[in-house]
Write a protein that binds this ligand. Sequence first.
Ligand code: AMP
Ligand code: MG
Length: 420
Amino acid sequence: MSEAEYLTVQEALTAVLAGVSVVSAEQVPLLEALGRVLAQDVVAQDSLPPFANSSMDGYALIAADLAAASQENPAILRVVGDVAAGAVQDVVVQRGTAVRIMTGAPVPPGANAVVPVEDTDEAWRNRERPLPEQIQVHRPVQPGDYIRHPGEDIESGQTILEKGHILRPQEVGVLASLGISYVSVIRRPRVAILATGDELLEVDQPLRPGKIRNSNGYTQAAQILALGAIPVQLGIAEDTETAVRQKLKVGLDANVDLFISSAGVSVGAYDVVKAVLEAEGNVGFWRVRMRPGKPLAYGTYHGIPYLGLPGNPVSAMVSFERFARAAIRKMAGHTQLDRPTLPVTVQNEIHSDGRESYIRAIVTPEGGTYQAQVTGDQGSHIMTSLVKANALLIVPEGVTFVPKGGQLTAWMLDWPETRF
Ligand code: AMP
Ligand code: MG
């Protein structure tokens, strides 16, 4: 067994991130790209709008015809055609004439402006009725009014999204408008999850003396899914080298990009994970100056990055938040790896042992500040204080006491329901 190294959270994070790289790209149908990172620049093959079109239901005409139009003295124009969205009108608009036009319909040749129907005597008439022979217009317009010009939004040939851009619904919409139905994005990392321990039962098994259910496997699968990655459940390995080896082999066969295990990395008689990893990998066992989440194993197993998290459910979840989350986001092509943080005022006294501590708390906006209330027992087996929390308050290394009213940084698991 190697001597455990003592590292700060930052040192451990730097080492973990140095060991993982962005996974390969793949071509996927547009909707499957949601939340993922573009692997290539996207160049527009069309302009948007593709053609000059009307932004209002109204009449396409020549602005000069309305120069003297007013409520009392309306301009009278002869209506020579009708153009609906999706249609094309070849009639040329000449002086003294107009073409009825719907929103999104192409502006007919000759016209240089649109007047909204509300500014004509057709305003309150049934728009289904036959085309009027003439209209009265009650106001002047400027050339270009109510016309959306081709290329106003996007010019053909323009790089519209750059490699590295995260695809949100609005990006998906832009790509759809450009006719891009497949897109090259970083693939979803495949992450194997292994729970270790003779005490563990599957979620659907009844409790027996001395046993607990494997909750970490579910927490971690959920964390991986929430990151847009793919969990590969390896299930439970008993505390024997053979069992651990067998399960890890399933992960290797499934071509995973990362292994995450929980438990079996602390100093204990049954910690067999170490033995397997030391025989078949290149793994370091660390003591991170962090609370919860002190023990951490990191390295490679048969060349695949391996992260061994502590067994206690809260320690496992917080270590995942701090290290695995950043690693998976890096693998998925993201550059913003940490959660957003907020400056908060604490409403409780907080004691720490000088390790960088992550305190479960609920953050709420109050009078222009964010107030943080500790959510209860901070034991590393107390899951309910995580259930109540929306944040982890970071007590920096070396700080052993934070008074009521003190300032801390909150690592936001979720945003507060309301913000100021
Ligand atoms: P260990 O690291 O093996 O000493 O485990 C530390 C603590 O975490 C023990 O109380 C274990 O029973 C608990 N534990 C380990 N694995 C899991 C798991 N998958 N789900 C829930 N609790 C676990
Ligand atoms: Mg154990």
